[in-house]
Design a binder for this molecule. Structure first.
Ligand SMILES: [Zn+2]
Length: 418
């Protein structure tokens, strides 16, 4: 009798492990806090009911919209609470599960890697390995670090010559932002295969270190268990995971991050408490003075930003960076008309201490560090349909080229000065 119970328990467990969590009837509301009390109230609500109320976009700044996913059980209470406080909201996503179901193409061919569907971390890594075999004189596989569950942060180095300045491209640090990892793999392919002379002249004068999935445990978890997972998978006292983009050791946790482990922006128990950020930071440090440019990719909101995510620290070349992002956003828009907002992190969105680009500039001393929040502006949010991977990647690559062109010009004029 006992073995039967054991078998049943085993069957139930394997069923639970095999089925990702569903989000039927979960809605995303766009809410505008009108004063500081509203901001605090929304954060307290999400803290208290973290299983039912989840930020897609944080409430941090007065008069700046927040996107909040709410379970069907909680929606009435949530709306009543908003009304009592005098906050307006609109439904941005009617049913999260419907978007999840429509995110990937109906016909999923896994025969070869491509960009009309999303791919798992194992599939991405197998593809990276295949590139090293296909382009042996240009591509080497590199390991940028490791994860809590023992995965590699695998990437590729692409180099067409010696003595080139190095660019790091970081994807997927937030697990649920699938378009980030997908676009970053597209960039790799474009760098290797573009026949456009102006593209070739830029990409062949830099060395690239490209990591599509810098939070591989979290990314895997979004496939197997919970599509909306953002953080790492390291367990903490009350909840699992820290926000790996609040965990870097530069003005760590000073603002725009949480000290509560159930929060989506939990900064971790200390700077570099997450093995992913710690090991990746060591890899980046090891690149030494070759490393000149750091590019980080997130979604969503259509923003292009530079350091800092701090209210009291300004980049000393902020004016130069501002010019670069303005030009870059124009380049991006010229292909499909997609509009981006640009600026420093703290001005364009909100304070967010402990991000990778802040660390790259503030601690490593880079002069060129940028972060993109890719498509869209919230109708799909993190669940961007796979048929937008290619157009998103194309327009974003235009904006990357614009920035690298400017960096190249700046580095050349600096050389001439010496
Ligand atoms: Zn992100």
């Amino acid at each position: 009798m006992l073995w039967r119970v054991a078998l049943l328990v085993l069957a139930a467990l394997s069923l639970a492990a095999g089925e990702p969590q569903r989000f039927d009837g979960h809605r995303v509301y766009r809410v505008t806090p009108k004063n500081k009390h509203h901001v605090q109230f929304l954060n307290a609500l999400a803290g208290k009911y973290h299983n039912d109320i989840l930020f897609w976009k944080d409430a941090r700044v007065v008069n700046r919209t927040a996107d909040i996913m709410v379970s069907p059980e909680m929606q009435n209470n949530f709306l009543e609470a908003l009304e009592k406080k005098g906050m307006k909201s609109s439904v941005y996503v009617e049913d999260v599960q419907k978007l999840i179901d429509a995110e990937r193409p109906a016909k999923q061919s896994r025969a070869s890697f491509g960009w009309d569907d999303y791919y798992t971390v194992d599939e991405i890594y197998a593809w990276l390995d295949s590139l090293a075999a296909s382009y042996p004189s240009v591509v080497t596989t590199v390991v940028g670090g490791s994860s809590y569950e023992g995965r590699e942060i695998r990437g590729v180095k692409i180099s067409y010559g010696t003595g080139n300045p190095a660019v790091v491209i970081e994807g997927g640090i937030h697990a649920r932002e699938w378009i980030s990892a997908a676009s970053v793999t597209w960039f790799i392919n474009e760098i290797l295969t573009s026949t456009d002379a102006s593209v070739r002249s830029i990409v062949e004068s830099f060395d690239f270190y490209i990591f599509p999935s810098t939070n591989p445990d979290g990314y895997e978890y979004t496939w197997t268990d919970n599509r909306m997972w953002r953080k790492t998978r390291k367990p903490y006292l009350l909840c699992v995971g820290a926000d790996p983009n609040r965990n870097w050791d530069f003005h760590w946790a000073e603002e725009g991050a949480s000290s509560i482990s159930c929060s989506e922006t939990y900064a971790g128990s200390e700077a570099f408490s997450e093995v992913e950020t710690k090991t990746l930071s060591e890899f980046l440090t090891g690149l030494g003075s070759d490393l000149q440019v750091y590019l980080s990719f997130h979604s969503y909101s259509q923003l292009l930003m530079y350091p800092y995510g701090l209210s009291n620290v300004v980049a000393d070349n902020a004016a130069e960076l501002q010019q670069m992002v303005e030009k870059s956003a124009q380049a991006l828009a010229s292909r499909y008309g997609t509009q981006y907002t640009v600026g420093s992190i703290v001005n364009a969105i909100y304070a967010a201490a402990g991000s990778s680009i802040d660390w790259a500039m503030g601690q490593l001393g880079l002069r060129y560090a940028f972060v993109w929040e890719l498509r869209d502006t919230g109708r799909y949010g993190f669940l961007l349909p796979a048929d937008q991977i290619i157009p998103t990647s194309e327009e974003t690559f235009d904006s990357i080229l614009s920035i690298l062109e400017d960096v190249q010009a700046a580095l050349r004029s600096k050389k001439q000065l010496h």
